[in-house]
Design a protein around this ligand. Structure first.
Ligand code: DC
Length: 229
């Protein structure tokens, strides 16, 4: 069967990563969560006090320090799921905090950050056989991807999902704060100058507001089989 690149883009918290992870496991492909990479850079900036009280970034300093930032993925030996690492340290849990979510959009808008991460992502997909999720995978990272999916769902439903996710992990969660964060990130992600979130012309749209995970899986598997047969 021919190996392809699957690009899954869309709004935040609409289940892209669950979908991408499940597909990759099912078909034996590598899975890359590019949002985790932007989150890891954000964590690095937070740890190095590169944000002021208003959330402004010391971009000059970040650009100087960026060559020191090494992002990689390591498989969790128990779950076989990839965990994001920052300079070798597993930061999978920390990068999912609301604090990181609140600081990540301006980091992801910086052209020098995007240039570094996009280059790494393109290298990861050289051999194909990869499922990558993010915001610009079908438009910038792999415009030639054989299968492009653009996922969306209503902001309320996405906030509800994230709220449940944080609660299940025993992390602090307030629904209104989360909804505000989801809406703010939609706005920034779609309006930034560099690689704004937009649907690729040849992407298939999936609104999963009212789909179960099983229904979504079935839909995606069908699309995958069509492209690889
Ligand atoms: O998918 P996520 O919520 O973990 O992504 C975190 C942030 O990173 C989000 O605000 C958008 C940004 N992002 C991006 O700009 N480009 C990507 N390819 C992936 C994520």
């Amino acid at each position: 069967m021919k190996k392809i690149i699957v690009a899954i883009d869309g709004h935040s918290s609409c289940g892209k990563s669950t979908m991408a992870k499940d597909l990759a496991r099912e078909v034996g492909y590598i899975y890359v969560d590019t949002g985790a990479m932007y989150r890891a850079v954000t964590l690095f900036a937070m740890r190095n006090n590169l944000f002021d009280a208003e959330g402004n970034i010391n971009t000059e300093r970040l650009e100087q320090l960026l060559p020191e930032v090494r992002i990689s993925f390591k498989l969790d030996p128990e779950t076989s799921r990839p965990m994001a690492c920052l300079n070798g340290e597993v930061v999978e849990q920390e990068i999912r905090s609301l604090e990181v979510s609140q600081h990540v959009s301006p980091i992801a808008a910086l052209p020098f950050v995007r240039a570094k991460l996009v280059e790494q992502q393109q290298a990861m997909g050289k051999e194909k056989g990869i499922v990558m999720d993010g915001r610009d995978i079908g438009t910038v990272v792999f415009p030639e991807a054989e299968l492009k999916i653009f996922v969306t769902a209503s902001a309320e439903i996405r906030a509800q999902r994230r709220y449940k996710e944080l609660q299940a992990k025993g992390m602090p969660a307030d629904f209104d704060d989360i909804l505000k964060n989801v809406e703010e990130r939609d706005y920034i992600d779609s309006h930034r100058a560099t690689s704004p979130l937009r649907q690729a012309d040849d992407a298939l749209v999936l609104d999963n507001s009212h789909l179960t995970i099983e229904e979504q899986k079935k839909w995606l598997m069908e699309k995958f089989n069509e492209k690889t047969k």
